[in-house]
Design a protein around this ligand. Structure first.
Ligand SMILES: *[C@@H]1O[C@H](CO)[C@@H](O)[C@H](O)[C@H]1NC(C)=O
Ligand SMILES: *[C@@H]1O[C@H](CO)[C@@H](O)[C@H](O)[C@H]1NC(C)=O
Ligand SMILES: *[C@@H]1O[C@H](CO)[C@@H](O)[C@H](O)[C@H]1NC(C)=O
Ligand SMILES: *[C@@H]1O[C@H](CO)[C@@H](O)[C@H](O)[C@H]1NC(C)=O
Length: 408
């Protein structure tokens, strides 16, 4: 009988809806994994070490250098933070050497700077890097995270079967909810369903249980990885975009600006496409290595405004001439509650420049009074257009142009 009830609930998707009121805009911040990975050997590599000093220094940089003001808010410790054994009460224990004051201390420091704190676990017995995982400990681990003052949790899905993933993520979310602490819930669930277990994720269930979810491979610090991510989200737009909305985001993984792996033009493409996707903007780098140009991109408030728009629409890709992709994202402000502003990103992933022309009216614009066009990277208004005018432009190699069209 119980099984029947459970099946009914499961099959008809009548699971508790995640309405924790969190992540109404795509989360912005910093996460350790992409650059620091499992950097635990701090004696031999003190400059690339996942420890308390690193986390507090990111908080200081966010606070002092304009990142917090621009919206970068969450500072998230990924895998490799724990001791290999739980304590006598079955609780996770932060590594004594690298996190000598524990996690509450870090949370308090981060909170005192007006920032938010994130952590990591896995639903299996061990994490992906074989530190203690949360299997059979969902209650006590959720309780620890809440007591430490965690505001965001990334929950990974290594080493377990498909059935287990499909129940564990729902249960873990219920335990988080029961703590009473608002905690953004980031699930790697659909990634494992699709790429490890070769099944189709049930995004209806995922989007009702998680604030955001990973559904493609981990980013690595290289341009080909960014190109692959961009192409993947272009190709899976129809499948994933219906679930993308305030409080429920597809997550293409971290930004790799600041890791010395991209040219300026490639950095521009990387951030531009994430902005058009309304993706979470989580940096992973040594903050001291961010170049002046990268900082200018990260703190470009016209760009951030598109990314953080409260409608939360995922931009739609269209294939134009010469292999240029046009991403179209409607957003606020609206004129008279009827006509949206819209951003167009013309993305050229090829190693030669390409010419394109487009007619704005073909891409769901409809204000017959026309639009005024702002070039987001040049930060200036360049022209006005009617619905029938055509815009012709040369997009340089591995580059992007973003125009925001505001209805006149
Ligand atoms: C727990 O879930 C309820 C019902 O969905 C929701 O109203 C509440 O805000 C959630 N609380 C937390 C702390 O997530
Ligand atoms: C990058 O873009 C700039 C200006 O848009 C251009 O002058 C430069 O040649 C480009 N660099 C590369 C490596 O494509
Ligand atoms: C203009 O287009 C937007 C987006 O497609 C739509 O929501 C709106 O209703 C349209 N306005 C009019 C007056 O047709
Ligand atoms: C666009 O139109 C507005 C309103 O008519 C006008 O004030 C503005 O100067 C025009 N901008 C350009 C670049 O022509």
């Amino acid at each position: 009988m119980l099984t029947l009830v459970f099946m009914f609930v499961f099959m008809f998707g009548e699971v508790a809806v995640l309405d924790n009121g969190l992540a109404l805009r795509p989360p912005m911040g910093w996460m350790s994994w992409g650059y620091y990975m499992c950097s635990v050997d701090c004696d031999s590599n003190p400059n690339k070490c996942l420890n308390e000093k690193l986390i507090l220094s990111v908080a200081d940089t966010f606070y002092n250098d304009g990142y917090l003001d621009a919206g970068y808010e969450y500072i998230i410790i990924d895998d490799c933070w724990a001791e290999k054994e739980r304590d006598k009460l079955g609780r996770l224990v932060p590594d004594h050497k690298r996190f000598p004051h524990g996690m509450k201390y870090i949370a308090d420091y981060i909170h005192s700077r007006g920032l938010k704190f994130g952590m990591y676990t896995n639903v299996a017995e061990v994490t992906c890097m074989r530190y203690p995982g949360s299997k059979d400990h969902f209650y006590i681990d959720s309780k620890s995270f809440a007591e430490w003052g965690v505001d965001y949790i990334k929950v990974d899905g290594c080493f377990v079967g498909e059935e287990f993933l499909n129940t564990a993520y729902i249960k873990f979310g219920q335990h988080l909810n029961a703590t009473g602490r608002p905690i953004v819930y980031s699930c790697s669930w659909p990634y494992y369903i699709e790429f490890i277990h070769k099944k189709t994720p049930n995004y209806d269930v995922v989007s009702h249980n998680c604030n955001m979810w990973r559904n493609f491979h981990d980013v690595v610090t290289s341009w080909p990885a960014i190109r692959t991510i961009i192409t993947h989200y272009k190709e899976s737009y129809d499948q994933v975009s219906p679930y993308h909305a305030p409080g429920q985001w597809n997550d293409p993984d971290m930004l790799i600006l600041g890791t010395g792996s991209l040219t300026d033009n490639q950095s521009r493409v990387h951030i531009a496409v994430y902005v058009m996707l309304a993706a979470p903007l989580l940096l992973s780098c040594d903050m001291k290595k961010i170049t002046d140009y990268e900082k200018q991109l990260l703190l470009n408030l016209d760009l951030i405004a598109i990314a953080q728009d409260s409608l939360g629409v995922m931009g739609k890709p269209y294939e134009l001439q010469n292999s240029v992709t046009l991403w179209v994202k409607p957003h606020l402000p609206r004129k008279g509650d009827k006509y949206h502003s819209v951003s167009f990103a013309l993305v050229n992933l090829q190693s030669e420049s390409s010419s394109v022309s487009l007619t704005p009216g073909s891409y769901s614009l409809n204000s017959t009074d026309g639009y005024t066009v702002m070039d987001i990277f040049q930060r200036k208004f360049i022209r006005n257009v009617t619905l029938r005018d055509s815009i012709s432009v040369e997009v340089p190699a591995e580059d992007v142009i973003i125009y925001t069209l505001f209805p006149l």
